[in-house]
Each structure stands twice: as C-alpha cells, then as structure tokens.
Design a protein around this ligand. Structure first.
Ligand SMILES: [Zn+2]
Length: 660
C-alpha cells in the first residue's frame, strides 16, 4: 500500500498509481481528522469520492501518530488526548472516536486504536501497553457494530517474544477480518523485527490477511513474506525518491552519486514503468541535481511500480511453488542496507533550520538524534548507520588495545594517527579513554606512570568539525575543551599531563611524511568514491615506507577486496578486523615489524587469496591492471607463502613496549 497520508500519495497522480496496479492506499486518520476534517468527507461521500479513488483504502487508527509525533499527549484507559498541531486545540481520541472517524472517512479497511510503544521499552511498560491495546480492541469491535467496513486487530508486545505470542493469541480470538503486527519499524534491528514477525505469524490464523505495519525496504518485504505476511505500507518508495534513491532489480541506486552523471540507460533495465521506458539515468540525475520536482515524481513512480511488481512476483512464485528459490536468489539482490532513517526523532524547528546549514562541502544530517556528516559533492555520509562514538570504540579504540598499550612503562609516546578527523569521533573516543585511564591511575594508592599519548589528526578541511561544534546537541561527545581548542590552535594538551593532540591541516599525501611514525593508525577517511587518492596502491606504498621501521597496526572500516589488495601489494600484512554495525568484517593492516610480533590478529589466508584471484575487484585502486608487479607482490606475499604460524613465531613481540 502506498502511503497517502493526507489523502494523496506524495507527488503521484492517481492515473500512475492505478497504472502500477495499486489495489489499496493507506490514509492517516489522525491527519485527516485535523485537516480537512470529517465534515468534508461526509459531504463528499467519503474518501473515495473526495479523492476520486476507485479502489480500496485502509485507514490507520491514529495510534501510531499520537505516539510518534512531537507534542504533549496523555494516555488514559478512556483514550488518548493530544494537542492538535494545526490549531493547538485539545483532541480526544478514544477507540469509539477512532472508529467513528474511520467510518466517516469511509475506509474499506479500518484499524483498531492501539497503544504503540518503542520496541525497546522495558517489560512492564510493554505489558501495560499490550493489555490496554487488547481492551481497546474489544471496544473497537463493539463500536464497529454492523458496519460492512472491514476491521483489523493489532498485535503489540514490543520485542518480548512471550508478549507477542500472548498478544497474537488474544487478538486472534476476537472476530477481526485481518490481523496487523504493530510496534515494529520503531527502532529495533532488522533481525529483531524478523524474529518478532515470525513469532506472531506462527500464532495467527492462516485464512485471514496479515499486515506488517510501517515496513519496509524491499528486502524487509521479502523477509516478511517469507515469514507469512501479506500486506505492507511504507513511505520509503516516495520518501527515498525525494532523496534521489531508487529501488531496482540491481539493488538500491543513489542518484546523488556523481558516477551516474552521464549514464545513458534506464534506472532499472528490467522495469517497464513510465520512468524507465522514457528517461535515462543521466536525465533523472540532472533533475535531482537542480531540485526539479519532476525528478522526485518520476523516481517515486518507478519505486511504487517496483514495489508493486515485487509483490506480484512474490505472489506468483508462492502460487507456482518456486518461492524458496526466488527468496534465496533475491536476498542478496534486494538491498540489505536498512534505512528507516530517523524513526522517532524529535527535531525542533530551530534545529531543523540549523540542519539546513552547510559549511564548505559538508552538511549535517540527523538520524535517531545522532548527527552525521555528509559530503554534499558525493552524497556520502560518514558512519551512516551507527552512533559515531560507538563505532569509534568498537572499530578503532577497542581493537587497537589502546588502554592496554598505555599501561606499559615507556617514556616514548604511543603515537596514533587519526586519518580523516571528520567530526572528531575517533579522536574524542581516544582522548576520553586515555583521560579515564589517567584519572584511575592517579587515584591508585601507588600511582604508576602511564605511557604518554600523542594523537595526530590529519585533515585537509576543518569544515566538518566546525559544523559539528555549532550543533553540539547532535554531537554530544564534543562537549569537551579539546575539540574547541584544537579547532583554533591546532594543538591541545590535557591538564592531567601525558596526553597531547595535534592537528595537521594539509593533504595526508604530504603531511604523513612530516609526522612522527605511528604505532596505530585509525584509517577513517571517506570512501574511495569521495577520497580516492587515499585508497590507491601508490598511497599505501608511501604509507608502508613511512611505517617501515615501526610496528604499526592500521584499522579501517572497509573490507573491500581492492583495498586489501592495495595493502598487500604495498607490503602490509592484512588481517580480518572485528564486525561492527552492519559490517560483517573490517580490516587491519600490519607493517612487517608488527606482523613479526605476537599480534594475535587473524591474517587473511589461502581462502582469501583464492577468492581474490577470481574477484572482479582484484586490481588495487589506482593500479595498472596489466602491471605484473602488484600481482607478483600479492601472489608471493610472505603472509601466504610462510603461513600463519611461521609469522607469529619468527620474532619476539615488538608490538607492546618496545621503543622504535
Ligand atoms: Zn521503472
């Protein structure tokens, strides 16, 4: 069901919706109650007459909006009370009032009023909301009376399996025409959502439709259909179209990327929608670039068509008995990168105004109350999924064993290179960890000296840090003197002593030769498509030269085959890094001296080498595909020829404690 919040699907004509085969639209009772108001629907004979829509309409009950929109509200046994965002009047919404409104709107399918809570609330809150939802479901059934309009019940229970089972049992014992799974797509992970969906569908009757509310991406639809769901509604096809994102048979395509600028092909070669049969990617890219409303409309049309077509194909495969093959083949094709974006953020008007600000080539985007830096030229977002501080700890500070390595008696500082300062997430996670350690050490009965820390951040453009400092609410880890002082003086030292932070404001290609050689490198610039120069074979060869005499470990978020090939060809040893957020793996590069020590890292082995030989991405970035030197360097790399045990026992530990 495309979402027609205000009795219209954003930027879409009814003819195009009908042409895509849309059977049901979703409209929002809460919004329609406030504007245009129920008397208008009564005058026009319901929503079908008002919007001249000949097919079905489902209305939600308003419960989700009361829960998700900012503003004051109170929940009582009787119903909910909230302030209208239109005229600030107090509005009462009870089960009876919600059903009466949906009757006036004239929905073909009405929904019960439920109490929606975030999937992550504590058990007692989740149970209370579920029990209230059950009592309200009874009242909605009574309020429906003998109306011919269908009524669906809603299963709640947050992410507690026993509550979900109980709710599914109680709700499916009531005489509803269909059953919905509510309270998902509000902050839980994809895996939690899938588990929850599976638990509920097991307990629902097979002969009535099951509706997963507010979900989701094309891949979410596939996973939910696999678990027995029939119906969905989601704003993603039109909301992402506005951002320039298309769902296609080749996965998700982001038209903000410069790579699409001149491409003379349809956005989806397998699609027969109006957009795909009429326009090239280059034209759609251009419309997006000049903020032409038609670009949004055309991409939205394609996305809705693609969703409808996906549902038709899934239905055909189920009927043909070929579902499992289809499901397995599509799982990797349909995009796995979830982007519900900010599910329940409360962004004030003042914040939104500030968010629109840019500085140089950067802007800030907010998701779940956390700020992220976006490069407006490439469209790339730094740390798009995780909380940047969480990622800094799990990908850089933790695996680099910072705390352990500062507790070594040693007068030469531990040198950390922070390549790609950005909004200083990695640098601040490092400083906070080092300061905590220093405070604990000083408070000890017999204080032991810690190894000094020298943190060097490399950045060619301070705009992203300055932008983040202006919006500190979204970057709470910047509430510390260090980033403010660094931004002005390019140097900061802790009053506790022993911690120094320097900024080298220049291109890394030049400044790396001017800095003391590193023990640890956080390699966290934008990706190849934005910062291509930093990921090339030539760049890693230079880096290997700088680290030649040191036991250096480099940590980076990517596990791209081309990047790993460049590292190996440059002479680094390459190991698997820990999983973080959506990434199953990351990468650690070790200088030969680090690899000769007791590093405890899991070096890539023969299996990776065999995969690399078959890979389309085997050529290191920036390397001449015909040049034999990098191929020989990788094929003959001691990491593969000597074997892991030999590497680990060749030399005594030089990673910890030994001075350069
Ligand atoms: Zn299309």
């Amino acid at each position: 069901m495309p979402v027609g919040t205000h009795a219209a699907v954003r930027a879409q004509r009814r003819e195009d919706l009908l042409g895509s085969g849309v059977q049901v639209l979703l409209a929002n009772t809460y919004h329609l109650l406030l504007r245009p108001g129920l008397e208008i629907f009564e005058k026009f004979g319901g929503i079908h007459g008002f919007m001249n829509w000949p097919r079905s309409v489902l209305t939600d009950s308003g419960g989700f909006q009361i829960f998700s929109l900012p503003g004051s509200r109170t929940m009582r046994e009787e119903g909910a009370e909230f302030r209208s965002y239109v005229d600030k009047q107090t509005v009462h919404l009870s089960p009876e009032r919600s059903i009466a409104a949906q009757k006036s709107i004239g929905a073909d399918i009405m929904m019960v009023l439920d109490q929606c809570v975030p999937a992550t609330v504590e058990y007692s809150v989740a149970r209370a909301a579920m029990e209230l939802t059950h009592r309200w479901a009874q009242r909605c059934l009574a309020a429906r009376g003998d109306s011919a309009q269908a009524l669906f019940g809603i299963v709640q229970g947050a992410s507690y399996p026993e509550l979900r089972r109980e709710s599914a049992r109680v709700i499916s014992d009531m005489p509803f025409d269909g059953f919905a799974i509510g309270g998902l797509a509000v902050g839980e992970t994809a895996a939690e959502r899938e588990d929850c969906t599976g638990i509920v569908t097991e307990s629902l009757p097979a002969d009535r439709p099951r509706y997963l509310m507010g979900v989701g991406t094309t891949r979410d639809l596939l996973e939910a259909v696999h678990r027995g769901v029939d119906m969905f509604d989601c704003i993603l096809p039109t909301a992402l179209a506005k951002q320039g994102v298309a769902f296609t048979s080749l996965g998700r395509r982001d038209l903000r990327r410069a790579a699409y600028r001149g491409v003379d092909a349809p956005i989806d070669p397998a699609c027969d929608c109006y957009t795909c049969t009429t326009y090239s990617i280059a034209y759609l890219w251009h419309l997006q670039r000049v903020h032409e409303a038609q670009g949004w409309q055309l991409l939205g049309l394609h996305n809705i068509h693609f969703y409808q077509e996906l549902m038709r194909r899934m239905r055909a495969h189920i009927l043909a008995g070929t579902w499992l093959d289809f499901y397995r083949a599509q799982r990797d094709v349909l995009d796995a990168r979830d982007s519900y974006g900010p599910a329940v953020t409360h962004v004030t008007r003042a914040q939104r105004r500030k968010l629109a600000e840019r500085r140089g080539r950067y802007e800030i985007v907010a998701g779940d109350g956390v700020g992220h830096i976006r490069d407006t030229r490439s469209g790339e977002i730094m740390h798009p999924v995780d909380d940047p501080q969480e990622e800094a700890r799990s990908l850089y500070v933790g695996p680099a064993r910072l705390v352990e390595r500062l507790q070594v008696e040693e007068s030469a500082p531990l040198v950390i290179w922070d390549v790609g300062l950005g909004a200083a997430a990695n640098a601040m996670a490092t400083i906070v960890a080092a300061e905590d350690l220093a405070r604990i050490a000083q408070a000890a009965p017999a204080p032991r000296p810690l190894r000094p820390l020298l943190l060097i951040s490399f950045e060619n453009d301070l705009d992203s840090l300055l932008l983040a400092l202006r919006q500190i609410d979204l970057f709470p880890y910047l509430r510390h003197a260090a980033p403010h002082v660094l931004a002005v003086e390019h140097r900061w030292a802790a009053r506790l002593g022993g911690i120094e932070w320097r900024l080298l404001l220049d291109d890394f290609s030049a400044s790396k030769f001017a800095a003391p050689p590193p023990d640890i490198i956080y390699f966290d610039p934008f990706s190849f498509k934005t910062d291509s120069g930093l990921w090339s074979l030539a760049a890693f060869r230079e880096l290997a030269q700088v680290c030649a005499a040191s036991a250096t470990e480099l940590f980076t978020y990517t596990y791209s085959t081309s990047v790993r090939a460049a590292m190996l060809a440059a002479g680094f040893f390459v190991a698997k890094g820990s999983a973080t957020g959506p990434k199953a793996e990351t990468t650690i590069a070790l200088s030969p001296r680090a690899a000769a020590g007791q590093h405890g890292r899991e070096l890539l082995g023969a299996e990776w080498l065999a995969k690399w030989r078959r890979s389309d991405a085997r050529v290191p970035f920036g390397a001449d595909p015909e040049d034999p030197s990098w191929q020989e360097a990788i094929n003959g790399h001691p990491q593969f020829t000597r074997g892991r045990e030999a590497c680990a026992t060749d030399a005594p530990s030089r990673v910890n404690g030994e001075s350069r």
